[in-house]
Design a binder for this molecule. Structure first.
Ligand SMILES: [Zn+2]
Length: 338
């Protein structure tokens, strides 16, 4: 058992060295809430090919020089975790590895994981978790959002955290448990909920055609944030509106980046008069063919040209999952574009 612990520790330390090398603590201080694993692979000259794969999420190959294959058939968070796992194999100088779902979705922690599994796989998962979901990055999001420890036992909050980290819901639950932010009973309760239940609740009463896309709940706390997701994602914007003093949020700008408003409503938080004529504006918009661009929403008096009372800036990239072919940065380098 001591061997397993030492191996996991070594893998986590290798991930921490990459955090230093790529200065992730600095760039995630700004508006990039997730670790850019694809960028790391490109800068390390590790070829990454995206392909439809049968039964595998990814593979680490080593014929002469190392390379990585990642499936195109899963959502972006799974592609990212797979990429981090394969990068782990490369960084830790492992032997080639074909990785089906059951290897990647397994918790890298706890005694159960040690029961006869390949040590390389345990290490690659521990590396991926430490690379994409380090405790300090979880803490940054929790601070930015003003979440309490109690909030982190709630599925809806943990799901929103996972989107900002670019990780799956289950990987985020694992990370919260392993960093001892939550205890086992809370972890088990989080596991009782599926992302589908959470999305349904978030969108209610709006009903999409299916629940494949992720649902981002956006408030003014997210001002400046990069939203990196998939072509089928939806955005729920929930902002306070000072309608009593004539202010309205202009949402027309959403269309410019390819976000189509499918529902627009207002709810009184309590008694409308009691808080001085403020209401919550609740807008649901869906990505159409991969929304991308800068969104600047402003709370203005429609008939006046004055500065907005509040504004909300978002950098949207809903072009995921990554499609078939070489990693974009590597394709550009090959073509001599970059
Ligand atoms: Zn593996």
């Amino acid at each position: 058992m001591a061997d397993v612990r030492t191996s996991i520790l070594r893998a986590a330390q290798a991930a921490d060295r990459l955090h230093k090398e790529f200065d992730t603590k600095t760039y995630t201080d700004g508006d990039e809430g997730r670790v850019n694993v694809f960028d790391m692979m490109a800068k390390r000259d590790l070829p990454v090919m995206f392909r439809p794969l049968d039964k595998l999420l990814g593979a680490y190959l080593k014929e002469g020089s190392p390379g990585v294959i990642i499936t195109t058939q899963r959502q972006l968070p799974v592609q990212r975790f797979t990429a981090a796992h394969e990068l782990g194999h490369a960084v830790l100088d492992h032997t080639p590895s074909l990785d089906p779902e059951d290897i990647l979705m397994r918790s890298p922690f706890g005694a159960r994981a040690a029961g006869g599994y390949d040590m390389q796989e345990i290490q690659a998962n521990a590396f991926a978790s430490q690379l994409l979901l380090p405790t300090w990055l979880l803490a940054k999001h929790v601070r930015r959002q003003g979440w309490t420890p109690e909030n982190l036992t709630e599925p809806d909050t943990v799901y929103q955290l996972s989107l900002r980290l670019g990780a799956s819901y289950s990987a985020t639950c694992h990370a919260l448990l392993s960093s001892r932010v939550i205890k086992k009973p809370a972890y088990d309760k989080l596991g009782d909920e599926t992302p589908r239940d959470i999305k349904k609740r978030l969108l209610d009463p709006y009903k999409p055609e299916n629940y494949r896309g992720d649902v981002w709940l956006i408030t003014e706390r997210d001002d400046g944030l990069l939203l990196e997701g998939s072509r089928s994602d939806l955005v729920v914007i929930n902002v306070l509106e000072h309608s009593g003093s004539g202010y309205l949020w202009r949402i027309e700008d959403l269309a410019e980046v390819g976000l189509a408003v499918v529902s627009d409503g207002r709810t009184d938080p309590h008694d409308k008069e009691a808080i001085g004529g403020m209401v919550f504006r609740n807008v649901v918009a869906k990505s159409e063919k991969g929304a991308i661009g800068h969104v600047n929403l402003r709370e203005v008096r429609p008939w006046m040209a004055a500065d907005p009372l509040h504004s909300l800036n978002l950098e949207v990239d809903f072009t995921g999952p990554v499609r078939e072919g070489l990693l974009q940065a590597q394709r550009e380098a090959l073509l001599g574009v970059a």
